[in-house]
Structures are given as structure tokens and as C-alpha cells.
Design a binder for this molecule. Structure first.
Ligand code: UD1
Length: 376
């Protein structure tokens, strides 16, 4: 089987790594394409090294731009690669602009190239169309031939949108494959110790959503909330480049005085830091899932989540909306006071380190486009 995998932005790399490894183990022909949506050493190169990802076979080098320009650039650059490589499957993961851009190119060239589209992390919905990711999710799912879901709630979302069950396969959460594979190494790294932090007695925060950082009032509320938390326990804040830039542009840097502000950190170091924390505050989707598996209380700084299972089954809760400094601080205090849950005790079904195997099996079970083999 010949499979082309697309990775574009930071949260894609830990999803693609186990799928690539499982394809190679099965003796399949795997082609890795990096769109270059994320390009800084701290946002991309460090992850490739950390996750033992090989250099991509194709690097599209698209970089940052407006949504329309970035999406269009990925499409333009991806089309000739697809025509050259002619895979049987194009596998896209997650919900970033690169995901939709490549799915759209592959769907339109499917007949000519003989490929089909598989979407890993299908069926997640926030219901909030102001999020650029929501458009990416819904449209990618509509274009995909095979929808690989991370949790059971995703299946219900797809059913509700009229997507036939024959195209949907429950795969589980592939990001957790990477988490469990790297956990021992993360513990050895002892990132809390290196930063002089006492295990179980500090907070970790990440913020990068446009709704939280691109608006001055919203970012000020978040940073004031983090400052309040930092008054009660050390707070480590690895900052996305977008957040760092907006805090500077809005003149809010003084609010960072009491937090430990860092540049973005690599995957394993981040797991090391999170695993030792009392509580995590975040607007990232991935961290809501990782904290659920690690048993660390998580406070999500968003109005809603497309990963409700992390709230109903896991360790996640939403901060009161609209976000206020006091609301963030009070919710964090309540979360941090909770007893820590053992690793895996709250893991939803299929968050077990074997999702990549199930994904590769699902791809292999479907005949190539135009072939008449019977699915096994
Ligand atoms: C993107 C994804 C988001 C994901 C996030 C993870 C979309 C619509 N958004 O958001 O779903 O949660 O990645 O990080 O695809 N920048 C750099 N260096 C980089 C990359 C970005 O400095 O390597 C800066 C640039 O100023 C850029 C800004 O960050 O304009 C935003 O980058 P972009 O890729 O557009 O979106 P993210 O906010 O990273």
C-alpha cells in the first residue's frame, strides 16, 4: 500500500509520527509531506528530532499568511506533489489549514491520481464557526472517504451530519500513542527539576487561540488570570510566537512579570513539565487530551470544547465564560486541590497507544480506488 501523510503544524507532528512508524513496520510505502505551515525551529524542527521523524520527502515551505493565502499556497504546492507521488491514500490529521488544503486537492484529483482521503481525528465539533478549525474539521470530514474517529462522541457528530457509517472507523486517539511511547523518556528528562520546580506544586499554561490572543481585552483578562495564579504557585508559560507578539503589540508584557515565560518547548520536555504539574491551564486541544490520560487537572480557557470526553470522562473543566481573571484563578485553585489520578485511570476507550495500528489496518482493509477487492 502506498500512503502519503501530511503534516503542517505543531499539533500534527505527534499524530503523524506513530502512523508513519506503523506503516513502515507493516512494510508499506509511506511518503511524508511537510507543508511548512509551522517553520520555526522551536515549532517544527525540534519536534521532528524529538519524535524521530525522518526528514520529509517533500517540504512545501508555505509559511505564515492569512487563512486564504496560507490555504491557497498549500493547495498550489501540494498538487504537483500528489500528481508525482500517486499514492493510494492521502492521510490528513487534525484540523489545521494544511489539513483542509491537502484534503481538498486530493479529493478533486482522486479520480485522476487514483487516491482517496483518510481523515485522522474525524468527527470532533466545537459548534463554534468563529473558530477557523471548525470549518477545517467539517469540510475535511465532508471530503474524506474514510473518517477515523478518536472517540465515540465523534461518531454521533458524523451521523448527525448524514455521513454514512460505512465510511467511519473508530480508531482511538493517535496522539496518545506518542504520549505513552515518550512518557518514560519525559520522566527521565525531569523538566520540573531543571527549572527548579517542586513536582505537584506548580502550574503550566499555554494560550494561542486567536479568540484569546488577538483581541486586547481578551488577552489582558487571560494574562491577569495567569498572574493571579502565579501569586499562589509558580506558573510556567511556554509562549506561542503569536501570543508573544500580541502581548508585546498590546503593551501587556508587564503582566508577565511573575510568570516563568518561556519560548515554545519541545514535545518530550512539555510532557515532562505537564506530567509533574499540579494543574494545567490551556486553550490547546491536545493538552486537554494529554492531561486526561496523565491524570492532571486541566482548566480549559475556552467557551466550549470539541473534545467533550475530556470533561465527561477525563480531568478537564471549562473556566467560566467569558473569561475573567478571578474566574480563571478560582477554577484553577479548585482544580489544583483535586487528588491526582493515576496515569490511564481516566483514559477514554481507544486512548491506549494502539491507534496507529488500527488506522493502518483500516486503510489496508479498503481496496484501492477502482479495485474490486473485498474489504476484510
Ligand atoms: C495553528 C492552527 C491551530 C493550532 C496551532 C498550534 C490553523 C487555522 N491553526 O495556529 O489550529 O492549534 O497551529 O500551534 O491552522 N508563527 C511563527 N512561527 C511558526 C509558526 C507561526 O512565528 O513556526 C507565528 C506567525 O506570526 C504566524 C502566527 O504564529 O502568523 C500564527 O501561525 P498560524 O500557523 O497561522 O496559526 P497558529 O496560531 O499557529
Amino acid at each position: 500500500m502506498r500512503v502519503l501523510l501530511v503534516a503542517g503544524a505543531r499539533p500534527n507532528f505527534m499524530k503523524v509520527a506513530p502512523i508513519l512508524a506503523a506503516l513502515r513496520r507493516a512494510g508499506d510505502d509511506a511518503i511524508l509531506v511537510h507543508t511548512g505551515q509551522h517553520y520555526d525551529a522551536t515549532m517544527s524542527g525540534a519536534f521532528f528530532r524529538d519524535l524521530d521523524l525522518p526528514d520529509p520527502d517533500h517540504h512545501l515551505g508555505v509559511g505564515s499568511a492569512s487563512h486564504a493565502v496560507q490555504t491557497a499556497r498549500v493547495m498550489e504546492a501540494f498538487e504537483p506533489v500528489l500528481l508525482e507521488e500517486r499514492p493510494e491514500w492521502v492521510v490528513v490529521v487534525g484540523d489545521v489549514n494544511s489539513t483542509l488544503a491537502c484534503a481538498l486537492v486530493a479529493a478533486k484529483l482522486g479520480e485522476e491520481v487514483g487516491c482517496r482521503v483518510a481523515h485522522v481525528e474525524a468527527g470532533l465539533r466545537s459548534g463554534d464557526w468563529r473558530m477557523p478549525e471548525e470549518a477545517n474539521r467539517v469540510l475535511t470530514d465532508r471530503l474524506a472517504d474514510l473518517l477515523l474517529t478518536p472517540s465515540r462522541d465523534a461518531e454521533a457528530n458524523l451521523r448527525g451530519e448524514g455521513i454514512g457509517p460505512e465510511d467511519v472507523v473508530f480508531a482511538g486517539n493517535v496522539m496518545i500513542d506518542t504520549l505513552l511511547a515518550r512518557l518514560a523518556e519525559a520522566r527521565r528528562r525531569d523538566q520540573p527539576g531543571r527549572l527548579g520546580l517542586e513536582r505537584g506544586a506548580y502550574a503550566v499554561a499555554t494560550v494561542h487561540r486567536p479568540s484569546n490572543v488577538d483581541d486586547r481585552v481578551a488577552l489582558e483578562a487571560v494574562l491577569r488570570g495567569l498572574a493571579l495564579v502565579a501569586g499562589t504557585m509558580p506558573l510556567v508559560f511556554p509562549m506561542h510566537p503569536r501570543t508573544r507578539a500580541r502581548a508585546r503589540d498590546f503593551g501587556l508584557d508587564a503582566l508577565l512579570a511573575d510568570v516563568v515565560a518561556l519560548d515554545p518547548i519541545g514535545y518530550t520536555d512539555m510532557v515532562s513539565l505537564v506530567e509533574g504539574a499540579a494543574v494545567v491551564l490551556t486553550d490547546s486541544g491536545g493538552l486537554q487530551e494529554e492531561t486526561t490520560v496523565l491524570g492532571i487537572p486541566c482548566v480549559t480557557l475556552r467557551e466550549q470544547t470539541e473534545r467533550p470526553i475530556t470533561v465527561t470522562a477525563g480531568t478537564n473543566r471549562l473556566a467560566p465564560w467569558p473569561l475573567t481573571p478571578d474566574g480563571i484563578a478560582a477554577t484553577t485553585q479548585a482544580a489544583a486541590a483535586e487528588a491526582r489520578v493515576p496515569v490511564g485511570a481516566r483514559s477514554p476507550e481507544g486512548w491506549d497507544g494502539r491507534a496507529a495500528e488500527r488506522i493502518v489496518a483500516a486503510l489496508a482493509a479498503r481496496p484501492a480506488r477502482g479495485a474490486s477487492a473485498v474489504a476484510v
